[in-house]
Design a protein around this ligand. Structure first.
Ligand SMILES: Nc1ncnc2c1ncn2[C@@H]1O[C@H](COP(=O)(O)OP(=O)(O)O)[C@@H](O)[C@H]1O
Ligand SMILES: [Mg+2]
Length: 368
């Protein structure tokens, strides 16, 4: 029998670096940022948490995007799953039973209550108790909170932020937290919360993009799967074409497997055509105010800087058929674009489009 294919390219060094910060640096919280589909979730689940477990941690993984309307449910599901690795003494089991009135069960499966039956206060109580249970285990706890910026998207999630803080803060000696997020602005917004001192003490780490080793690894697995050999330079070119997004590169490779041959460049074009966001981009573009469109174009063409200069404003005013333009309307446009997730502030006075493909689309298609 042949071994199953393993497409996962391990990020061992990064995992070790993070764990070192937790262990040696005594850091309580770290934040890992990368745009969507760059490999955060896979890194956390396949590299970081397994390493943490080897080092003697009990780990819990929570993804706030798995139930966007109900972050409390996401927490309960994640913490409940983590209790699965508790040393199951009779005492712990009976405690677990008491928390949930018979059996731990969630909409993920099993019998008993479903989370829909519980009120918010009950849920916060369950979260607290699950957490206490995890801490009773004796091992330090590594809590991974994926897409945590989601908690800052709605006022009604505020109690969850408070609950998390109330749980994590008093247990700083035993608990380490990894926050991950897909939106720089979203994370900033969450961490800037006046009452969330906990978040602001977190150090940020960017998830590095993959290099040649990843391409060689993937080409190796592709060869195992198909007995075909890929040219690494062509792979590098294809990878750049998909903006170094592993999700898309994997999509290209899958397509190449069924397509046949080794022409990864041609298949990349096919992949991009098949996954075209043409309609989505066209309709978001059409829904934008003229002012906002000009601001987006200016950001793309000028590397995101100088948006408020007299020159930039004169240029935008000219396009709008106005004599002059104050900074206020530009600022308003920026605020709208940030609120709707089109742009993020990457540094003081510097902006970037959240979706690099939308930026390309604007350059080539919007003018038509
Ligand atoms: N370390 C890796 N090795 C191989 N492929 C990866 C790796 N990380 C991510 N990928 C590919 O990219 C896809 C998206 O990764 P994911 O972790 O879901 O991204 P994110 O959480 O940042 O949105 C995965 O489904 C996988 O195909
Ligand atoms: Mg993810």
């Amino acid at each position: 029998m042949t071994a199953p294919l393993n497409w996962h390219f391990p990020r061992v060094e990064l995992a070790e670096k993070l764990m070192d910060r937790f262990q040696i640096g005594a850091t309580t919280a770290l934040t890992l940022f990368a745009p969507r589909r760059m490999g955060k979730t896979e890194f956390v689940n396949k590299d970081l948490l397994p390493l943490a477990e080897k080092q003697g941690y009990i780990t819990a993984y929570v993804n706030f995007w798995d139930r966007k309307q109900n972050p409390a449910d996401s927490l309960i599901v994640g913490l409940t799953r983590a209790t699965g690795s508790l040393k199951r003494t009779a005492k712990l089991r009976s405690m677990l039973g008491r928390i949930t009135g018979g059996s731990i069960s969630t909409p993920i499966g099993g019998a008993g209550f479903t989370l829909e039956d519980k009120g918010e206060a009950d849920k916060l109580d369950i979260i607290q108790q699950l957490f206490d249970l995890l801490l009773k285990d004796g091992r330090p706890l590594l809590l991974a909170l994926d897409e945590v910026q989601h908690l800052a998207t709605d006022r009604k999630f505020e109690p969850i932020i408070f609950a998390l803080r109330g749980i994590i803060d008093p247990n700083r000696d035993r608990v380490r937290v990894l926050y991950t997020g897909s939106s720089r602005d979203g994370l900033r917004k969450l961490f800037a919360r006046r009452n969330a001192a906990l978040f602001s003490s977190s150090q940020q780490i960017d998830l590095p993009t993959f290099g040649r080793a990843y391409l060689e690894y993937t080409a190796g697995v592709f060869k195992q799967a198909t007995a075909r050999t890929l040219d690494i330079n062509e792979c590098a070119k294809a990878f750049r074409t998909v903006k170094k997004v592993p999700y898309d590169f994997r999509g290209v490779i899958d397509m190449l497997i069924t397509h046949g041959g080794t022409d990864i460049i041609a298949v990349t074009e096919l992949y991009l055509a098949d996954n075209s966001q043409e309609e989505t981009y066209r309709s978001s573009w059409d829904s934008l105010k003229p002012m906002d469109r000009l601001v987006l174009q200016y950001i793309i063409l000028h590397g995101g800087v100088g948006l408020y200069t007299a020159e930039a404003r004169a240029h935008i005013a000219d396009q709008l058929g106005l004599d002059t333009l104050d900074t206020a309307p530009v600022q308003n446009a920026v605020n709208r674009l940030r609120r709707d997730g089109h742009i993020a502030s990457v540094a003081q006075g510097q902006y970037e489009l959240e979706d690099p493909y939308f930026a390309d689309w604007i350059v080539t298609a919007a003018a038509r």
